[in-house]
Design a protein around this ligand. Sequence first.
Ligand SMILES: Nc1ncnc2c1ncn2[C@@H]1O[C@H](COP(=O)(O)OP(=O)(O)OP(=O)(O)O)[C@@H](O)[C@H]1O
Ligand SMILES: [Mg+2]
Length: 485
Amino acid sequence: MAKVLVADDEPTMVQIVAELLRAEGHQVFPFTNANAALEAMESLAPDLVVTDLYLDRNKPLGLDILQKARALTPPAQVIVITGFPTVETAVDATKKGAYDFLEKPVKLDVLKLRIERALSYNDAVSENVYLRKQLRKRYQFDQLIGASACMMEVFKMIERVADTESTVLILGESGTGKELVAKALHYNSRRQFAPFVPINCSALPENLLESELFGHRRGAFTGAINDKKGLFQEADGGTIFLDEIGSMSPMLQSRILRVLQEREVRRVGDNVPVYVNVRVVAATNEPLEQRIQEGTFREDLYYRLNVIPIQLPPLRDRRDDVPLLVSHFLRDKIHSRLGRSFEITRQVIEALSAHDWPGNVRELENVIERACALSETHLLRLGDLPPRFASYVSGESSDTVFEIASARTAHVLSAAPSPAGEPTPATAGVLATPLGPLKNFLRDQETAYLNRALAYTGGDKEKAAGLLGISLATLYRKLSEGAED
Ligand SMILES: Nc1ncnc2c1ncn2[C@@H]1O[C@H](COP(=O)(O)OP(=O)(O)OP(=O)(O)O)[C@@H](O)[C@H]1O
Ligand SMILES: [Mg+2]
């Protein structure tokens, strides 16, 4: 059930529309006076407004109603009906945000359809907000933390290239945050509403990996009982993350090279290419140049992937970040996982900062989590760490508490979907997304959704409009609105 405000100076018209809406189970607020409708608008908070344009013989008061309805949070969809249609008024109404424009006399079945369409469009927008909230919950602690000079370089690079189409190669030892960087690239780009699809290229034998990546036709090989879509297609409009690319077989390396060159994929057992719009981000902890020398990694693929390299420093080269990371883990991750708050002694920080961390940030996180799980109090002491850490600290055991707040301010980059209610980083700058008017957020959501549909149809606007259930003209208008600021 939706709340619908109906405004027209002809009482019979109001009555007919109201009856139609009530028959569909909607709640109706009928008005024959524009000022009364304007006054009641905010407190009624309708989902949809169906208004006549000339509620007064001389003035198009329907435009005021339209503007007020669009300024609500959330904005109502508006269908404008007029007995005196001109191109100018139609353009004006659509510019001011009317969802639809109808001429009198209106056929009831047409009106019914248009109303349904406007309301389902509203649902799609709010559903999107809901989905984003869910996602936010799941990923809310996926953050990339750092303040050291080398991490600042990494952040700068991510900011600069996130919203481009360039292929990125992330290099770094195990546990340095390569997957987080890949996510940060995706969730800070306009592709964020489309899927982020990670695949570990070392985890599967060649033929399985091939059919995972490219899909297969039914009967292509024993066991292929159904057609299967590959991950490249799943990631359409979004980002595919090829992790551990260094362990990919030569045959698959050449297939990936073809995708990068042709932008199309062929399923196993199929000759028909499928166009895909996917951004490729790859990662490896292997020295690819050495693999090229040995002849196990294709040099041409390396150059295709390595358009933008991002090198992640090992944790031992950025020891200053240890306190920041520790407080991030304690405050965010551990607190929500174990439901307990912890403090930490200065000695623990000292010991953690002295360790060489061959397993990098992942190892640090594991040590902290283990210590929290084993600790009997809310204070983590040296004795809660694995025994080898004791040797890093000289002097008496001490319980002086480390002031978490004294850690330098971290630079934080979200590697998660941006929270509902905040403007998308693609339009607001990657970092520090300030809160702003909801209508801007909704418009950004809409623009991103449109872009996703366009990416999906390979830029075919007519197809995209069909997919979205809107007219081509509406699509053009919305695109120009989105590009205005
Ligand atoms: N800069 C960082 N800030 C916060 N957490 C981090 C950071 N870097 C890594 N982590 C955390 O460390 C763990 C390992 O990170 P990730 O999986 O991204 O590493 P990786 O480089 O992909 O490792 P591998 O090569 O072993 O796959 C994750 O839990 C991640 O959240
Ligand atoms: Mg990884």
